[in-house]
Design a protein around this ligand. Structure first.
Ligand SMILES: NC(=O)c1ccc[n+]([C@@H]2O[C@H](COP(=O)([O-])OP(=O)(O)OC[C@H]3O[C@@H](n4cnc5c(N)ncnc54)[C@H](O)[C@@H]3O)[C@@H](O)[C@H]2O)c1
Length: 404
């Protein structure tokens, strides 16, 4: 193993490449540019790159991002679809999505494409860091192999680490400045090299022992939130059945050692509902499915919330003095989370669709989506004031025309 840092000594001069300029990658690229470094952003989406280079923020709902993209886009933050343009960079950060397929198995194709392309421009002394949330062990196995195969270099000649993205869409810029971030290398030296560079633009950073630990940290954080939401959903249903105010009880139950999350229509987006599968599938492979009983049942509880809410909506509609199919229902929000313009795995969109399939007279309203965008999803648009019953999936409030 080569223990010399070599050209990496001058971390302040480093040109950083950020691969993937989406919800996670663009705020990161902008924060790095704001720290005084030049950044080459690589994204396969030509339109997105064009906007960034013209100083236009493609994610307007992301707080604080507009001014950064306006200040650096096309100047010290240059977006390109061509990996060759990142050749002059010596620090590469990858943040492209990892989805699970229809059998909940991770699909590494986007990551493989990104790393093989980096491998083609990788030089001795460069450092590569993965930020996408992945099953523990990914960086030291697949990622290392893809890079070594394409570059004909070996770890030791280049450095390889993992540092999970821990932002939250909508408040990513401030989270990058304040939220604890960890980094771990596939070997000690890689961890240290990556740590020294990140330290230049991340305020709250810890070096952990290995890339595998850093990967596990992010996955278990997601599992905690996923199972906690399942617990909240289960307790909410029990409280309703017992005619108790769940929110009052939760407020007084929560303290230093108790942090019950909020109930919901289930869990959407491409993060929290996906990460438990990484562990469930790995334990299945190792013939230890009984190690993930809680994660599996949390999926059951969270996925079952749509049926629960459909029943509640139907019971509520029966109070309206109209035949059920004529009662106009508005689902006030279809994004997977309030304030994020994305319907990826959205339980609220699924709820609206299921109500429609059941023959109910359902409309959708979401302040982030235009009438056209909603109609393109094959749903009818209406403002909440034009219907008989409104369900707000973010507050779980059911309201009738009379109660508003
Ligand atoms: N969005 C979040 O709140 C969040 C939070 C924590 C972690 N993450 C992590 O970030 C990852 C990415 O999430 P996101 O929300 O930014 O996704 P996104 O879909 O918003 O953005 C991904 C971007 O990568 C680009 N891309 C895909 N394949 C590429 C390739 N081979 N080369 C270059 N660009 C490519 C896409 O065009 C897109 O612009 C997630 O899988 C997750 O692990 C996201």
């Amino acid at each position: 193993m080569n223990n010399k840092i070599g050209p990496l000594n001058n971390t302040l001069d480093r040109c950083v490449a950020v691969i993937g300029l989406g919800y996670a990658g663009l705020p990161l690229a902008a924060v790095i540019a704001n720290s005084g470094r030049s950044v080459i952003g690589i994204d396969v989406d030509k339109k997105r790159c064009g906007k960034i280079n013209n100083g236009i923020n493609p994610i307007p709902e992301e707080e604080g991002l507009d001014s950064l993209v306006r200040a650096y886009g096309g100047k010290t933050l240059v977006a390109s679809t061509t990996y060759q343009d990142a050749k002059k960079c010596d620090f590469f950060i990858v943040i492209v999505p990892l989805f699970v397929d229809e059998n909940n198995q991770p699909d590494f194709s986007m990551l493989e494409n990104a790393f093989r392309n980096i491998g083609k421009v990788l030089k001795k002394g460069d450092c590569v860091v993965l930020e996408t949330t992945v099953p523990p062990g990914t960086t030291e196995t697949f990622v290392k192999d893809w890079l070594e195969e394409e570059s004909k270099l070996h770890v030791g000649e280049f450095y390889l680490a993992y540092s999970p993205e821990r932002i939250m869409t909508g408040v990513s810029v401030s989270r990058l400045k304040e939220f604890p971030k960890v980094v771990g290398g596939v070997d000690q030296h890689s961890g240290k090299v990556a740590f020294d560079v990140y330290k230049q633009f991340i305020g709250n950073l810890s070096l952990v022992s290995t890339a595998r630990v850093a990967e596990f940290i992010k996955v278990i954080e997601g599992c905690y939130r996923f199972t906690n939401i399942a617990l909240a959903n289960e307790l909410f249903k029990i409280a309703e059945e017992l005619d108790l105010d769940f929110y009052e009880a939760r407020q007084h139950a929560n303290h230093q050692y108790c942090d019950i999350h909020l109930p919901s229509t289930g869990v959407g987006g491409h993060c929290i509902p996906v990460y438990p599968w990484f562990l469930i599938k790995e334990m299945e492979k190792r013939k230890k499915p009984d190690f993930t009983i809680m994660l599996q049942s949390s999926h059951g509880v969270n996925d079952g919330m749509i049926d629960y809410w459909i029943q509640r909506i139907i019971v509520y509609c029966k109070e309206v003095k109209k035949p059920l199919p004529h009662v106009k229902i508005c689902i006030k929000g279809i994004s997977f989370r309030k304030g994020v313009k994305s319907v990826h795995k959205s339980r609220n969109l699924a709820l609206a669709r299921l109500l429609k399939e059941k023959g109910l007279n359902v409309y959708v309203y979401d302040e982030l989506f235009t009438r056209d965008e909603i109609e393109q999803m094959n749903l009818s648009f209406s403002t909440p004031d034009m219907v008989d019953v409104v369900f707000d999936p973010f507050t779980l409030e059911l309201m009738s025309q009379e109660s508003r």
